[in-house]
Design a protein. Structure first.
Length: 161
């Protein structure tokens, strides 16, 4: 963990800011340019990254305040939980919640039927996009878990310095 000790808090905030911008840009590119529809849990996984982006930006300008790192660590832990739950659903280890289930068709009217089909979200257990053979939820779980620990080690180093 020597590289964590040598890395300034300001650089950590900058790297987290860049990482969150790239992550959010990538999923928005997948959704709006490549037309991959996100499921409900995919949308929930964006929330911690948006908050990490905001707090990293603030932390970059106020790097002496270690509490920004605590807050970001909590956001990465929440991202780990959400993406872990999503991965568990994808692997069939966990049951999906009602928010994950595909929308049911309630009408036989032709226009309402077409509208409900175009507005329906994918099921959370269906993997539409893989990178390096892994779903984005699994990749997010691994990265969020690792970053939670790295930030934890940096906080402990700064406190004990």
């Amino acid at each position: 963990m020597k590289f964590i000790k040598n890395l300034s808090t300001k650089k950590i905030f900058l790297y987290l800011l860049i990482y969150s911008i790239l992550s959010l840009s990538f999923v928005l590119f997948l959704e709006y340019v490549l037309n991959y529809k996100p499921c409900q849990l995919c949308l929930y996984q964006r929330i911690p990254y948006l908050l990490i982006l905001i707090f990293s930006f603030v932390g970059f300008f106020f790097p002496k305040n270690i509490y920004w790192l605590y807050t970001i660590m909590i956001f990465f832990i929440s991202s780990t939980i959400i993406s872990g739950y999503h991965s568990g659903i994808e692997f069939g280890l966990l049951n999906e919640s009602s928010s994950c289930a595909s929308n049911s068709i309630e009408s036989l009217d032709k226009t309402k039927l077409l509208e409900s089909l175009s507005n329906s979200m994918p099921n959370c257990k269906d993997i539409e996009f893989k990178l390096f053979g892994l779903s984005l939820a699994t990749i997010n779980f691994l990265i969020s878990f690792a970053l939670s620990f790295l930030i934890y080690f940096k906080i402990n180093y700064e406190k004990n310095r």
